[in-house]
Design a binder for this molecule. Structure first.
Ligand code: NAP
Length: 307
């Protein structure tokens, strides 16, 4: 089968760290072009806009959008209208409604739309889901603490409306929690800590529950230096499951799983399958929880953030 000719839009940190290497290593894809506001100085043709690529560039079958979420909808809608398959980095958009519109548009145009949640492809997530499916959940504690200066150096968009602030990494924890917990859950309380000079939260404290009144807490913080913490601890009727290292390591009462970090290889295998089977994969559950946090959350001002 001929490789899927793909263009990468938004050649920033995640495109360079993960997407370009994953595409280069994949037998299913061929990098045909890149789109960015500035020339990223790669060996493939560069275009400043999708329109310019469609007018003057090589033929493509698909596009992966690694731009900030605030500009994703316009690019995705244009790509779908031109019959291209679309892979959306997380979060899939700036609003829930725009992602739902894209899902409908892709279906109507007969192309694949993949709203990717890379953390769901971490090695221990599926084993954790399988183990928890047979258990009664007693409590869940999520701690996601990382250093914004390491993961988002100098990025302005992440602090602006639609950038999500600390929910940009926090949504990864929610993408795992919504995949592994056997019951749907909902937000009951949220406190958002917003720096005096920024629009988006730098930390958040959240409580969720489900129809069985299971307590689920979530501690998000972007001010952690040194070792980073990406842990989900689930107490069950059969003991404790600890999913650590962002979903890569699972320690249960009766089993341990370790895996290498193959998240983006798994994402591209999934996207290839979707394209070949003319299917889409669009789950907005993690983004819905974030939207609820912005709806329900109490905002507290904290010290200005110095980049
Ligand atoms: P980034 O470093 O700021 O990169 C974004 C890129 O998109 C920049 O090159 C930017 O160009 C370009 N861009 C902006 N508007 C554009 C447009 N209209 N058309 C084409 N290109 C445009 O951000 P990032 O960290 O890679 O994050 C991008 C997405 O990946 C976010 O949704 C984020 O949540 C997700 N993600 C990030 C990480 C991470 O570790 N950073 C991990 C997983 C997922 P300029 O710089 O010239 O504005």
């Amino acid at each position: 089968m001929a490789p899927i000719r793909i263009a990468v839009a938004g050649v920033g940190k995640i495109a360079r760290d993960q997407h370009l290497p994953a595409i280069a290593a994949s037998p299913d894809f061929l990098l045909a072009a890149v789109i960015d506001l500035h020339d990223p100085q790669l060996t493939v043709p560069w275009f400043a806009t999708l329109d310019a690529l469609l007018d003057q560039g090589p033929a493509i079958d698909a596009v992966v959008l690694c731009t900030p979420p605030q500009v994703r909808y316009a690019l995705a809608a244009a790509a779908i209208s031109h019959g291209l398959h679309v892979f959306l980095e997380k979060p899939p958009g700036a609003t829930l409604a725009e992602v739902e519109l894209l899902r409908t548009a892709a279906h109507d145009r007969g192309v694949s739309l993949f709203a990717a949640w890379h953390s769901r492809f971490a090695a221990a997530v599926e084993p954790a889901r399988t183990w928890l499916a047979q258990r009664t959940i007693r409590s869940v504690h999520i701690v996601w603490r990382e250093d914004v200066r390491v993961w988002h150096p100098g990025q302005a968009w992440i602090w602006q409306a639609g950038g999500l602030g600390v929910f940009d990494p926090g949504i990864n924890a929610l993408s795992i929690a919504t995949a592994i917990l056997p019951q749907p859950f909902f937000l009951t309380r949220a406190t958002l800590l917003v720096p005096a000079n920024r629009a988006a939260p730098i930390a958040a404290d959240l409580a969720f529950t489900d129809s069985r009144q299971t307590p689920i807490t979530m501690d998000l913080d972007w001010r952690q230096t040194g070792p980073q913490t990406w842990d989900i601890v689930v107490d069950t009727d059969a003991g404790r499951l600890e999913l650590t290292h962002g979903g890569r390591v699972m320690t249960g009462s009766d089993e341990v799983q370790r895996g290498t970090d193959g998240e983006y290889a798994g994402l591209y295998r999934r996207f290839a399958t979707l394209v070949h089977t003319h299917a889409s994969d669009v789950d907005i559950a993690p983004l819905r929880h974030v939207a609820d946090a912005f709806l329900l959350g109490q905002r507290t001002r904290v010290d200005a953030f110095v980049d």
